[in-house]
Design a protein around this ligand. Structure first.
Ligand SMILES: N[C@@H](CCC(=O)N[C@@H](CS)C(=O)NCC(=O)O)C(=O)O
Length: 265
C-alpha cells in the first residue's frame, strides 16, 4: 500500500511538488486520475475510478466551481468529508480517512513521511518556518496565477487581469531573486528544500499562459514570462533552469515542459 494516494487531473504541476519530494524522501506516492476533460467521467473519491453505471446511479453530480466551472462532477459524500473545499489534487492517508488538500500541504505531508532524512523541510524549526514563509508567498502568487490562467480561456477576459497578474509575478519573482542573492544555491539554508520545489512547480504551471498566446495577441498583449524575465530576475531564472535538470525534478518537469513548449509553438 502506498504512503499517500493522490487523485487529480494529470499531468498537473501541483502534483509535481509531491512527486519530486517523494523521490527525494523515498516515499511511495500513488497517483490516480486522467486528463482534465476526463475527470467529469470519474468518481471523485478515495477509491477514485472511471464512473460505472452503478456509481452514476448512487452518487449525485455537483456543479464544478474552479477550473471545472460549467461542468458536473461526481463527488462522493466521503470525498467531501475528507476534502471540504472539494478540489484536486486531493491526497489521502493509506486508509482513506484523512484527506489532505492544497498542493503545498500535500508536499509537506510527503516531507513529514520522509524515510531518507532528506531535510527537505529544513533542519531546525526556524528553517522549517522560513520554508513555510516561501510556501505561503508562493500560494499568494498561485492564486493570482490561477485566476489569470482560467480567465485566458475566455477571449473576452477582463482587461485589467493581465496587468494585475504581471504585477503579482514581478513581486513574486523579485522575492525569489532577492532570496538567492548574491549567489546562493537554494532558497532556504544550504540544501534543496520544499521552497525550491514549490517555486519550480508554480512557474511550470504559470508557463501555461503560453498556450494562450493568440488570445493575448488579439488584445495586444504578450505572455508575462517572456525573454526579459531572465534579465530582470537573473537569479530566479537560473535557479529554475538549474533545478529542472536536477535528477529528482527532471522525470516530471522534463516531459511537461517539452510538451508545453511543443504545443505552444
Ligand atoms: N490552491 C489549490 C488549487 C486547487 C484547485 O483550485 N483545484 C481546482 C482545479 S484547478 C479544482 O479541483 N476544482 C474543482 C471544482 O471545480 O469543483 C492547490 O494548490 O491544490
Amino acid at each position: 500500500m502506498a504512503d499517500l494516494r493522490i487523485f487529480s487531473y494529470l499531468p498537473n504541476p501541483r502534483i509535481m511538488k509531491a512527486t519530486i519530494a517523494a523521490r527525494l524522501c523515498g516515499v511511495d506516492v500513488e497517483l490516480r486520475g486522467a486528463k482534465p476533460a476526463e475527470l467529469k467521467d470519474w468518481l471523485w473519491d478515495f477509491d477514485a475510478r472511471p464512473l460505472s453505471e452503478a456509481d452514476r446511479r448512487k452518487t449525485k453530480a455537483r456543479a464544478g466551481r474552479v477550473g471545472f466551472k460549467g461542468g458536473q462532477l461526481v463527488k462522493t459524500d466521503a470525498f467531501l468529508a475528507a476534502h471540504p473545499f472539494a478540489t484536486v489534487p486531493a491526497a489521502f492517508s493509506p486508509d482513506g480517512t484523512t484527506g489532505i488538500f492544497e498542493s503545498n500541504s500535500i508536499m509537506r505531508a510527503v516531507a513529514r513521511l520522509d524515510r531518507k532524512r532528506s531535510k527537505l523541510y529544513g533542519s531546525t524549526p526556524y528553517e522549517a518556518a522560513r520554508i513555510d514563509s516561501f510556501l505561503d508567498a508562493s500560494l499568494v502568487f498561485a492564486r493570482d496565477s490561477q485566476i489569470y490562467l482560467l480567465a485566458l480561456r475566455d477571449p473576452d477576459f477582463a482587461a485589467d487581469i493581465h496587468a494585475r497578474t504581471a504585477e503579482a509575478f514581478a513581486i513574486y519573482a523579485a522575492g525569489i531573486d532577492q532570496a538567492l542573492q548574491p549567489d546562493r544555491s537554494f532558497l532556504v539554508g544550504e540544501t534543496l528544500s520544499l521552497a525550491d520545489i514549490c517555486f519550480v512547480a508554480e512557474l511550470c504551471l504559470f508557463l501555461n499562459e503560453r498556450h494562450h498566446r493568440p488570445t493575448l495577441a488579439k488584445r495586444g498583449l504578450t505572455p508575462i514570462v517572456n525573454e526579459q524575465w531572465r534579465e530582470q530576475f537573473p537569479n530566479a531564472s537560473s535557479h529554475f533552469n538549474r533545478l529542472i535538470a536536477h535528477p529528482a525534478f527532471a522525470p516530471d518537469v522534463g516531459p511537461y515542459l517539452q510538451k508545453l513548449y511543443a504545443r505552444a509553438a
